[in-house]
Design a protein around this ligand. Structure first.
Ligand SMILES: Nc1nc2c(ncn2[C@@H]2O[C@H](COP(=O)(O)OP(=O)(O)OP(=O)(O)O)[C@@H](O)[C@H]2O)c(=O)[nH]1
Ligand SMILES: [Zn+2]
Length: 359
């Protein structure tokens, strides 16, 4: 039926619901994001039949010393007297150092954890802390209808959450900039209701030759505020100036703030960095991988714009590999080492030693 939302659209609703603290139904489980859970909803859930669990990633479980029987995740059984503070202290590492004794935890290993994994991917895609309170329901459809909850087919959701959503060009217009007065800004919108991404085209690059290209991930703190904690702002500006001088180039501005964890989680990571953890350790303590970005969308945008070969301005080997795997030839890697200062020297050293960045 043309008016009925499809699974992609239901997933977008589910993301919005979870961000507001509204539970959603995935297959036969009830999912509540730990970050946005409220006292009322937790209390109501505890009146329902069944054993609720708090699903966290194996990364977070490692910090908490909870057994992760399910590979990528752990299912901590909710005790009958579980409080909101208990849930939050497991999901959020903010007070790990001041209140380290959180366990011992009893973790589940019965049955499949596939739905729990999909639920965590959904919560991550909503840019929330990767932790969810989950309860299996006997009659999910009736429960969803009674409480007006968004219900999503779990198998289709699992596939969609792994896939790269198709992007569509929305508009492009002339934009004279300091780096070049022959600029154009293109806006691309994904079908899944996620963040838009931008391409800044400088000059009229020849589509049949390798274009000077930068794949830049959004960094509000570095790009806009001039933060000294990273090198993003200087890299953005240096790349634009280099393209301006060369007379042509394309800069992809991908809205993947905080290496794909979102600004709120990045600020949580910064707080942990102030407690002494490096950029990679901070992501892990929050329950994320080092880098949650999907660079395939950069290759998609280039193809949509008619490019097949790039001279890539980067120090990140993953970006080079992804281009090659996605059918874009990297004719040359152009190093982009700018913006080192006393505040970010350790951050840059960690990227080189732990993430394999070229120096
Ligand atoms: N999670 C997290 N993200 C960070 C931190 N510092 C910077 N970022 C984010 O890291 C991303 C930096 O992206 P890029 O400029 O593409 O940098 P890169 O992956 O090092 O690759 P190149 O600059 O191309 O060499 C941005 O999304 C920033 O918001 C941090 O300490 N933690
Ligand atoms: Zn940055």
């Amino acid at each position: 039926m043309p008016f009925t939302p499809d699974v992609t659209e239901m997933l977008a609703r589910a993301r919005a619901d979870l961000r507001m603290g509204v539970p959603v139904i995935l297959g036969n489980i009830l999912v509540l994001a730990a970050e946005t859970l409220t006292e009322d909803r937790l209390a109501h859930m505890m009146t329902l039949d069944g054993q609720a669990v708090l699903a966290i990633t194996a990364r977070r479980a490692q910090t908490l010393k909870a057994r992760a029987y399910d590979g990528t995740l752990a299912r901590i059984l909710l005790p009958s007297d579980a409080t909101l503070k208990w849930v939050h202290s497991i999901a959020d590492p903010a007070d790990d150092l001041s209140a380290p004794m959180k366990g011992p935890f009893i973790t589940g290993r019965e049955g499949s954890a596939d739905l729990h994994e999909t639920a965590l991917n959904l919560v991550k895609s909503a840019r929330l802390l990767p932790a969810a309170v989950i309860l299996a329901l006997d009659h999910p459809a009736a429960f969803a209808a009674f409480h007006s909850l968004t219900a999503v087919d779990s198998a289709a959701a699992a596939l969609l959450l792994q896939a790269n959503s198709p992007l569509h060009s929305v508009v492009h217009a002339r934009l004279p900039m300091e780096a070049s007065d022959a600029g154009q800004l293109h806006v691309f919108r994904p079908e899944n209701g996620g963040e838009e991404h931008y391409a800044i085209e400088i000059g009229r690059p020849d589509r049949s030759a390798p274009v000077l290209c930068r794949l830049h991930s959004a960094c509000f703190t570095g790009d806009v505020l001039g933060s000294l904690k990273c090198d993003c702002g200087p890299q953005l500006h240096a790349a634009m100036i280099q393209m301006g001088k060369a007379g042509s180039g394309v800069l992809l501005y991908l809205n993947q703030e905080g290496r794909g964890i979102g600004l709120a989680n990045k600020m949580r990571a910064y707080s942990l960095q102030d407690q002494g953890f490096d950029t990679v350790e901070a992501n892990h303590r929050l329950g994320f991988e080092d880098d949650e970005r999907d660079f395939r969308l950069g290759a998609d945008i280039l193809k949509k714009m008619g490019f097949s070969s790039v001279q890539l301005l980067t120090n990140n080997p993953r970006k080079v590999d992804m281009m090659a795997h996605s059918g874009i030839t990297v004719a040359k890697r152009v190093p982009l080492a700018v913006g080192e200062n006393p505040h970010n020297a350790k951050y840059l050293a960690t990227k080189a030693s732990k993430s394999g960045h070229f120096l």
